[in-house]
Design a protein around this ligand. Structure first.
Ligand code: FUL
Length: 476
């Protein structure tokens, strides 16, 4: 250190303006692609294929490919609907269990090429990927490993055919941000047994789309949440122990997938997949059974509100368009969420903490609207209280908490209190926070809140608190 540097260091020390050392990461942390994926929060699933026309959920692969014949396919309408709904991407069933490929795959004879749609010249993946680009949406593909049509299914050759099909879907249509590999197999005790070559499949994805987040029961990019009801665990760790497990029958039980593992060795955040209708595929019989707004709001709060992403299935109809009943409901959901989250009542609040790491990690960082600034305590401090004093008394019924997950997930227990003008009263409590936790409670009037971090596995690092009043409840 020269004299000038020494003088600078001394001045910095005396005026206390040296930045505190950043907290070390705790446990596994997200890759850049996983973090970007997590920030997307909400996107569309599109189940589309022969089942759309035959009223079945699991086609047996023996269906005549000519049944696939959308009368007026318009993938730009899917994309426009998703974008207007505030969704950030679309994942399409490029190949479901019936083996039918929505692109003219050279590894199958059960594809759009064999259908009567556009005399066999159509390609849904080409149109949808193009529409997603036009509307600024990410594009993802689902290719079911279980295949009820492919003649080689049940033999080692199937693995190379499946990897070949994957390679086509992942190299022909631009960027694929999420690859969906479901674990279903309904072959039954006397059915065909396929030993999947997962390393080959993952290698194929890595070769063509190294940034793609891979969904399966156990990741590695993101994991199934253990049910199709739209409900992540109230406790939901983004860590999972995957050693010794495989997607499908060999995955951990649904309860584990629902909650993750507190000390899991891998970063595998949860994704909630659920359909807006009773089935995954379109059927005219469900036109009147699109989930009501209240059910979709519940799903939003038990997915995005519980540290998981929401993959909401909106199945295109027999024309090849999103049905008006579904799009109307999506717009209602968007309006309700916008009405709730447009105005952060905690913006401009003053925040103090029972403990803070020092310069650069002050409590005020959690209300500055910047994702990458945070409040943190000293390394040894595993519990702390944040007191949020609002600029004025407000009415509120939603609280958003966010941990800065680029440094791992830490908080295991917390509570929230509010000041009712005379005394502090309990408002909410919970276990994990993670990337985002949204607490719903009956509306209160208050000008002060306390967030008590009661148990953290390492020093807590929070980057955001938001307070809101939902439009829904105000309407009564
Ligand atoms: C499951 C499938 O069996 C269902 O048909 C649906 O595609 C769902 C999203 O995944 O594994």
């Amino acid at each position: 250190m020269n004299t000038k540097q020494l003088a600078f260091a001394l001045v910095a020390l005396t005026c206390g303006c040296t930045r505190a050392l950043p907290p070390a990461p705790y446990g596994p942390v997200p890759t850049a692609a996983q973090l970007e994926w997590q920030k997307m929060e909400y996107y569309m699933f599109a189940h589309f294929g022969p089942n759309t026309f035959t009223d079945v959920e699991w086609g047996d692969g023996l269906e005549d490919p000519s049944v696939f014949n959308p009368s007026d396919l318009d993938c730009r309408q899917w994309a426009a609907t998703a974008a207007a709904a505030g969704m950030k991407g679309i994942i399409v069933t490029a190949k479901h269990h019936d083996g039918f490929c929505l692109w003219p795959s050279s590894y199958s004879s059960h594809t759009v090429r064999e259908s009567s749609w556009r005399n066999g010249t159509g390609d849904v993946l080409a149109e949808l990927s193009e529409a997603c680009r036009e509307y600024g949406l990410k594009f993802g593909v689902y290719l079911s490993p279980w295949d009820r049509n492919h003649p080689a299914y049940g033999t080692p050759e199937y693995n190379s055919a499946y990897a070949g099909a994957l390679g086509e879907a992942l190299s022909g249509y631009g960027e694929v941000w999420e690859q969906w590999l479901d674990g279903a197999c309904g072959e039954g005790p006397d059915g065909k047994r396929q030993v999947y070559d997962w390393p080959l499949f993952f290698g194929t994805i890595g070769k063509h789309q190294p940034q793609a987040v891979i969904f399966s029961d156990i990741g590695p990019g993101c994991r199934w949440i253990g049910n199709e009801r739209g409900v992540a665990g109230e406790t939901n760790w983004s860590r999972l122990d995957t050693e010794g497990f495989a997607p499908g029958h060999d995955s951990p039980g649904p309860d584990t997938l629902n909650r993750g593992n507190i000390y899991g060795q891998a970063w595998v955040p949860g994704e909630v997949d659920v359909s807006i209708r009773p089935g995954w595929f379109y059927s005219p019989s469900t036109d009147t059974l699109v989930k009501p707004l209240a059910a979709l709001l519940d799903i939003y709060y038990t997915s995005v509100g519980r540290n998981a992403n929401l993959l909401l299935n909106v199945p295109p109809d027999r024309r090849g368009r999103i049905h008006p009943a579904d799009s109307a409901r999506l717009m209602e959901l968007r309006a309700a969420l916008d009405a709730t989250f447009a105005d952060d009542l905690a913006r401009g609040a003053s925040v103090t903490a029972s403990s803070s790491r020092g310069r650069g990690y002050e409590a005020a960082r959690i209300v500055d609207g910047d994702y990458d600034t945070c409040w943190a305590t000293d390394d040894g401090t595993l519990s702390a209280t944040l007191t949020i004093t609002l600029p004025r008394t407000v009415r509120a019924d939603r609280l958003v908490l966010q941990e800065y997950v680029p440094l791992g997930q830490r908080v295991a227990q917390f509570s929230v209190e509010f000041f009712d003008g005379a005394t502090w009263l309990p408002l909410a409590e919970g276990t994990t926070i993670g990337y985002k936790r949204i607490l719903r409670f009956p509306a209160v009037e208050t000008d002060r809140l306390r967030v008590n971090i009661l148990r953290s596995l390492a020093c807590p690092v929070l980057n955001n608190i938001g307070l809101y009043l939902s439009g829904e409840q105000e309407k009564g």
